[in-house]
Design a protein around this ligand. Structure first.
Ligand code: PGA
Length: 253
């Protein structure tokens, strides 16, 4: 049974007090309303991680995640955040390779390969993002493009390491645009990602990996996406900033 995961990517939103309030609302609603087999992850700005971790600590199926880490363990990297720092807050996951990081901070597949490995070595679970632009999709190259992202950032892992990674497929054209991939488009890509993982790491590992869909997921379209056979969860941006919407998505399986 693959893990069901609904992750909220807060991006650069919410002051500290607003973030703590949102996390406690989510924790209370999760306790009352969300099935215990659905894992909720709050991907907060780094400065929110410690207080958010303490707000959610008594709710077993809610965890915290960082939105990035450095590929270096420590040292003179002003403004960066290390895996150990993230772990010391109580967070258990880290988003790696979000398209906004790739675009605005020029993160490369090779750099992400190092970050994924470091996260795993330290005991943080990576949520590895992949996905194509509109131009790439229109050229018909989307499957090859995503397979190459997987190859260049994940193929150095052992099968055992890979079994701990969560994948998020996020077509760039659907992020923050209100345009969602159709359930057929999402299923086609998730299946192709799983097949590519099976070719490299074996069918058993690929069958166990949770693949999340991201890109304008909201309560109104969550059920259709989450009931696709290879869509195991969601990475939610805009709709994760309202506790009610985020929880309603988590109830859509
Ligand atoms: P969105 O963002 O739900 O606002 O489209 C998703 C993401 O970037 O993770």
């Amino acid at each position: 049974m693959r893990k069901k995961i609904i992750a909220g990517n807060w991006k650069m939103n919410k002051t500290l007090s607003e973030g703590i309030a949102l996390a406690s609302e989510v924790a209370n609603m999760a306790n009352d309303e969300v099935s215990s087999d659905v894992n909720l992850i709050l991907c907060t700005p780094a400065i929110h991680l410690a207080p958010v971790s303490s707000v959610i600590k008594d709710v077993a199926n809610v965890s915290a995640a960082a939105q990035n880490i450095s590929e270096h363990e420590s040292g003179a990297y002003t403004g960066d955040i290390s895996a150990d720092m993230v772990l010391s807050t109580g967070a258990k996951y880290v988003i790696l390779g979000h398209s906004e990081r790739r675009e605005y901070h020029n993160e490369t597949n090779a750099q992400l390969a190092d970050r994924v490995k470091l996260a795993l070595d330290k005991g943080l679970t990576p949520i590895f993002c992949c996905g194509e632009s509109l131009e790439t999709r229109e050229s018909g190259e989307h499957v090859n493009f995503v397979n190459n992202q997987l190859k260049e950032s994940l193929h150095h892992l052992s099968a055992e390491e890979m079994s701990k990674v969560v994948i998020a497929y996020e077509p760039i054209w659907a992020i923050g645009t209100g345009v969602t991939a159709s359930s057929d488009q999402a299923q086609e890509m998730h299946k192709s990602i799983r097949t590519a993982l099976a070719d490299q790491f074996g069918a058993e590992v690929a069958d166990g990996i949770s693949i999340l869909y991201g890109g304008s997921m909201k309560p109104a379209n969550a059920q259709e996406l989450l009931t696709q056979p290879d869509v195991d969860g969601g990475l939610i941006g805009g709709a994760s900033l309202k506790a009610r919407d985020f929880i309603d998505i988590a109830k859509s399986y």
